[in-house]
Every structure is written in structure tokens, then in C-alpha cells.
Design a protein around this ligand. Structure first.
Ligand code: VTB
Ligand code: MG
Ligand code: MG
Length: 327
């Protein structure tokens, strides 16, 4: 009996996965040249330029829906910018060319170049405001934790589901004054808190493999673009996530409305943030727990990239060696 050919998936052609890796590799290398130089803007700009240039060579009709940078006036791939050669599939593009600009400028762990590509209309076009977020890994009943539940209830529910005491739970939280209350509540619930200075995309991804990372839950408020990028990755790996935009000024509300957001208090689920067929790629800039940073050797440049694809649920790690054309 003839085996039916596997149908070509709709949405984003899977061959683009390697192209995405190429894009984040280039951005990471460009940023890594400015690692430890104390100049966040220059490193960000280098990553943005490299990413834009590489994306413009792809056979896609891309629209930037997430272009991080508005909030801190960083150089950005702007929302609405059209990318690609103007042929091929219509796709949404979300980018954070240099996630953790401060980490890069100080040569601290965890700076990455990251982007997502998805079927047209499937990534939340979020303004660069803050987003309240919660995430846990795969394997739990849906709705186990909730953005609107208290930290104590979320920790207790997660501990019960894992069959452990709350003191066996570790929450990852951005180290910010705004989180003082949250951190105290999580500790009062008996859980441990691991603080990070930046990099909550990786922070959310860590919840997907608690045995390796030691992180069971992500809690707190980070940037919305990073929320959408993290959601895109979680769609591929599995896990649960919710987010809510913080639209606390007339200007932010105006900006959100302009971008088509109708319910300003909406609690977004994972699939509201990133639906459809999605590919995510990230390359390490500095060494980190998720990815090794760029290594400059006399004869080559080495990179580590991870590529996630939702349709097949694949996670691929690519060790790149770049020998030419990278001066
Ligand atoms: C977080 C963090 C990012 O922005 O999303 C953060 O994960 C939120 O903004 O790496 P504040 O720094 O204002 O708290 C970053 O630090 C930078 O994009
Ligand atoms: Mg950025
Ligand atoms: Mg960022």
C-alpha cells in the first residue's frame, strides 16, 4: 500500500526554521562584538541592523507585529515594518534582536537574540508596555494556576499537583522594586524565589524543564513584547501561560486601542498571545543557562541556537561554526 505523502503544513513553511536560525545567529554575532563595552544602544542597534538585513533576504511577505524598543526608545524594527523579498507566505514577525541589552553591555549571563515567525494574524500585536505574566511548564491540568489567583494559592496548587510541599517550589521573578510585595508573598507561601536582573523570555522558557532549571513557575511583570515571544516558544514546548497588558496611562490606552486592542483588561491565554503555526529561534549572545554565548575564534565564530516549531513540537539546538563573510 502506498504511503500517503505527508502534506505540506499550512502556515509557515518548515524550511524557514533554518532561515530563522540564520537571522538570530547574525544578530547575536553583531551584538556579541559589542559585549562588555558598556554601550547598550550600540549593541542593540547592531543586532537590529543585522536582523533586518537578514530578514529582508528571505522569501516571505513579513509584517513586524512585535518590535521591542518603543518603551525605552531603543533602536527597533518598528511595528508595521514590512520585511522580506515580497514573495512567499504572509507572516507575522516578532523580534527582540537583543533581549537583555544591559546583560550584553555588562557581559553578564543571559543575553540572547530572539525572534518568532507565525501565520499572518496569529501573534498578538502588543504595544511596548508592561505585561503581568504567569507561566508553568507542561503536564499540569489546564487552569491550575491563574493570573488572578493569589501567589499563595498558585504556589499551593502547583505544589499539590507536583505532589510536593510548597518549600519544594521555586518561582522565578524579575528583580525589581515593583515586585517587593510579590516576592514577600511567594516566600510567605513557603516557596523559594530566584531573582533575575533581565531576560524573562528565557525565564519563562525555564519553567518548561523544571528538572533541569530548578524553576517551577514564573511570576511578575515584564515587558509585553517579551511576553508574546515567550508565549510563542511555550506554544512549541508546551506549558501554560497567561498575560495581561498594563495600560495605566491615557497614552498607553490610546496606543493599545490604535493597535486594535478592544478589551483593555483582557487576560490573555497562551493561544491568545500566539496561535497558529509558529517558529521561534534564539541565539545566545552572552553565556547563559538557555544558550551558550558567541565565541570568537581566530578562524571561526561559534554560535548556539535553539529553534522551536509548534506544529511538530520540535526543539532543535544548532551549534554553528561560521568561517566566512563575518568580518
Ligand atoms: C523584562 C526583561 C527584559 O525588560 O521584560 C524587562 O525580561 C521589563 O522592563 O530583559 P523593566 O526593565 O523596565 O523592568 C527587559 O529588562 C529588557 O527588554
Ligand atoms: Mg530589545
Ligand atoms: Mg528585551
Amino acid at each position: 500500500m502506498a504511503v500517503a505523502p505527508k502534506s505540506e503544513p499550512r502556515g509557515v513553511p518548515r524550511t524557514l526554521a533554518l532561515e530563522l536560525a540564520r537571522v538570530t545567529e547574525r544578530a547575536a554575532i553583531a551584538a556579541a562584538r559589542l559585549r562588555g563595552k558598556g554601550d547598550e544602544k550600540a549593541a542593540d542597534q547592531a543586532a537590529v541592523d543585522a536582523m533586518r538585513d537578514e530578514l529582508n533576504g528571505l522569501p516571505i511577505r513579513g509584517t513586524v507585529v512585535i518590535g521591542e524598543g518603543e518603551r525605552d526608545q531603543a533602536p527597533m524594527l518598528f511595528i508595521g515594518e514590512q520585511l522580506g523579498r515580497g514573495e512567499g507566505p504572509e507572516v507575522d514577525i516578532a523580534v527582540d534582536p537583543l533581549e537583555g541589552t544591559t546583560l550584553c553591555a555588562k557581559d553578564m549571563p543571559g543575553a540572547i537574540a530572539v525572534m518568532a515567525m507565525a501565520e499572518r494574524g496569529s501573534l498578538l500585536a502588543a504595544p511596548d508596555v508592561y505585561m503581568q505574566k504567569i507561566a508553568i511548564g507542561p503536564g499540569y491540568p489546564s487552569g491550575l494556576v491563574d493570573l488572578d489567583a493569589s501567589p499563595a494559592d498558585n504556589i499551593a496548587a502547583l505544589a499539590r499537583a507536583k505532589g510536593v510541599e510548597p518549600d519544594q517550589i521555586t518561582a522565578l521573578i524579575l528583580d525589581r522594586p515593583r515586585h517587593a510585595g510579590l516576592i514577600a508573598e511567594v516566600r510567605a507561601a513557603g516557596a523559594a524565589v530566584r531573582l533575575i536582573s533581565d531576560g524573562d523570555i528565557a525565564g519563562i522558557i525555564f519553567t518548561a524543564s523544571p528538572a533541569e532549571t530548578g524553576i517551577d513557575i514564573y511570576l511578575g511583570t515584564g515587558a509585553a513584547p517579551e511576553g508574546v515571544l515567550a508565549a510563542a516558544a511555550m506554544r512549541c514546548i508546551g506549558g501554560q501561560m497567561q498575560g495581561r497588558l498594563i495600560l495605566d496611562t491615557p497614552e498607553r490606552r490610546r496606543r493599545a486601542a490604535e493597535m486594535g486592542i478592544e478589551d483593555l483588561n483582557r487576560k490573555y491565554d497562551l493561544v491568545d498571545l500566539a496561535s497558529g503555526d509558529v517558529i521561534v529561534a534564539a541565539t545566545g549572545v552572552t553565556d547563559g543557562a538557555l544558550l551558550r554565548g558567541v565565541r570568537f575564534r581566530p578562524d571561526r565564530i561559534q554560535t548556539e541556537t535553539v529553534v522551536y516549531r509548534s506544529e511538530a513540537g520540535t526543539v532543535r539546538r544548532i551549534l554553528g561554526e561560521h568561517r566566512r563573510g563575518l568580518s
